[in-house]
Write a protein that binds this ligand. Structure first.
Ligand code: NAD
Length: 504
């Protein structure tokens, strides 16, 4: 469906008119192609950007610009927050059944346009089309999950020792700032929008300036399903000025942010005086995968490889440090390397990395490893300094010295280290030897060890013989410098009050 008042003419097509990867890529190759110009969604309307302040959006697979993103000013952010604030009293008072219906309609509309969303996610972020499809399905699931969750809520109730009934009542917090990173654009953004709207909040959402295209497509979905104006507003732009103006805005009651620890710290500094503003910070990680010698090696190789290289390693939850028990070391290294070489082929299962800056960052770590005489490249090499066409990096499997920054810094690309260990204590100590505390992956068949080791790992999420499984109602997120994990979505978007009622 083409949004009202934006019907295209001639070759000035809108992205939603190119619904397959083939069509979209063909269009981008036309000599008369003009970059798309995105528009903020404010109070239910797409708003042309009034300034000459745009950000180029580049296709990582070609290195060529294909869209321009408004770099929204504080005034534009203010207009969006005002729209969300005006919509809040009515939206927060709607019955859960009505909000549920809206969410189901949004889910269905995305589902109908799965290929359109997947094609543009792939072009915008560099990921493969098959990986993009997985994430679009996940975005649909985000809306469906919270659409039904709010129909079946429970609350905590207790009696005091003097027979007074106490129960917890929760209500929506208000206007939220929802800020997402570039690695799983639609999936991350909808993972915030769905619960936020389901629990009765309204919002201003900002995708990453590197990957805004599927958010723009999503704005047409909100219009298609006639979501009341102002309930969700989308603004585009860089961290400064747009993100910063949004988090500092005094009428924003809560922030759900996913991104780097550095930005998380900045947001905390920027909001320190606004004591009541709720902060949910999901930040960086450097996650260990521990492989004990009792595993089924075939299964362990598949899980460890998926955890390392899915989405080119551009998932905060990737296991980028693999620790292998010494008795299994030679066999595991050999089988892991040959499995990755066969299954994680560049351009096939592995896409391009998101930007030239990110390409150079990953390249600098590979150069560092090559300069270290102790390092071993089991697989991979240093990519060229000036890539001619797109930002492509082969998966790299390395063993590095204990003091190497490759074991401590988040690289966020297709680079994984392999390190041996002898004892269970050593495995825990090595796994926990990081400032981060986002996720850990534990591979073992020993049931007692699952709890013994699993409960000692310093991470908000621990996966045992699996990876990336998620129950969306459970608490999510990291500890330490990986964020403020521990709250479930319900706790993020609603405030609690405890009522006390004596017997009468
Ligand atoms: P980033 O921190 O640079 O940017 C994230 C978002 O914040 C973007 O939309 C950006 O425009 C915005 N932003 C930047 N400065 C801001 C400011 N001062 N105020 C408000 N908003 C601001 O992160 P990135 O490079 O886009 O994403 C990669 C990082 O995200 C990695 O470190 C990765 O581990 C992390 N990440 C974490 C999770 C998680 O669940 N913990 C999930 C995905 C990604």
């Amino acid at each position: 469906m083409i949004p009202r008042n934006t019907r295209s003419r001639g070759y000035f097509l809108q992205p939603w008119e190119l619904s397959t990867l083939e069509d979209a890529e063909g269009h981008l190759q036309r000599l008369d192609f003009q970059p798309f110009q995105l528009q903020n969604l404010v109070n239910g309307a797409l708003v042309p950007h009034p300034h000459n302040n745009w950000i180029d959006s580049v296709n990582p697979k070609t290195g060529l610009r294909f869209a321009c993103i408004p770099n929204s000013s504080p005034e534009q952010v203010h207009a969006a927050v005002s729209a969300a604030e005006a919509a809040f009293p009515t939206w927060s008072a709607t019955l859960p059944s009505l909000r549920s219906e809206y969410l189901q309609r949004i889910a269905s509309r995305i589902e109908e346009q799965r290929e359109l969303f997947a094609a543009w996610e792939s072009i915008d972020q560099g990921k493969t089309l098959s990986r993009a499809r997985v994430e679009i399905d996940r975005a649909v699931a985000n809306f469906r999950y919270f659409a039904t969750y709010i129909l079946h809520q429970e609350t905590r109730a207790r009696w005091t020792d003097t027979n007074i009934l106490t129960y917890e009542h929760r209500s929506p917090k208000g206007v939220f700032a929802l800020i997402a990173p570039w690695n799983m654009p639609l999936c991350s953004l909808t993972g915030k929008i769905a619960p936020c709207l389901a629990f009765g909040c309204t919002a201003v959402a900002k995708p990453s300036e590197l990957t805004s295209m599927t958010a723009y497509l999503l704005s047409t979905v909100f219009r298609d399903v006639d979501l009341p104006p102002g309930v969700i507003n989308l603004v585009y732009g860089a961290g400064d000025p747009t993100g910063s103006a949004l988090v500092r805005h005094p009428r924003v009651k809560g922030i759900s942010f996913t991104g780097s620890t550095a930005t998380g710290r900045q947001i905390r500094r920027d909001t320190v005086d606004d004591i009541g503003k709720y902060l949910s910070l999901e930040l960086s990680g450097k996650n260990p995968t521990i492989v004990f010698d009792d595993v089924d090696v075939d299964k362990a190789v598949v899980t460890a490889a998926k955890a390392a290289f899915e989405n080119q390693g551009e998932i905060c939850l990737c296991g980028s440090r693999i620790y292998v028990q010494r008795r299994l070391w030679s066999e595991f290294v050999c089988r892991f390397v040959s499995y990755v070489r066969e299954h994680y082929v560049l351009g096939n299962k592995v896409g391009a990395v998101v930007s030239l800056d990110h390409y150079n960052k990953i390249r600098s770590y590979l150069t560092l490893a090559a300069e270290d005489p102790i390092s071993v490249f089991h697989l991979g090499s240093i990519p060229p300094e000036n890539p001619e066409c797109g930002f492509w990096i082969e998966p790299a499997v390395l063993t590095v010295s204990e003091s190497s920054p490759l074991l401590t810094d988040e690289i966020f690309g297709p680079v994984v280290t392999l390190t041996p260990f002898d004892t269970e204590e050593e495995a825990v100590q090595k796994a926990n030897g990081s400032a981060y505390g986002l996720a850990s992956i534990l591979l073992t068949k020993d049931g007692a060890r699952m709890r013994r080791v699993g409960e000692k790992l310093d991470a908000g999420l621990v996966w045992i013989n699996c990876w990336l499984a998620k129950e969306m109602g459970a608490s999510f997120g990291g500890i330490s410098v990986s964020g403020t994990g521990g709250d479930s979505s319900r706790e993020v978007y609603t405030s609690g009050r405890t009522l006390h009622i004596p017997q009468f």
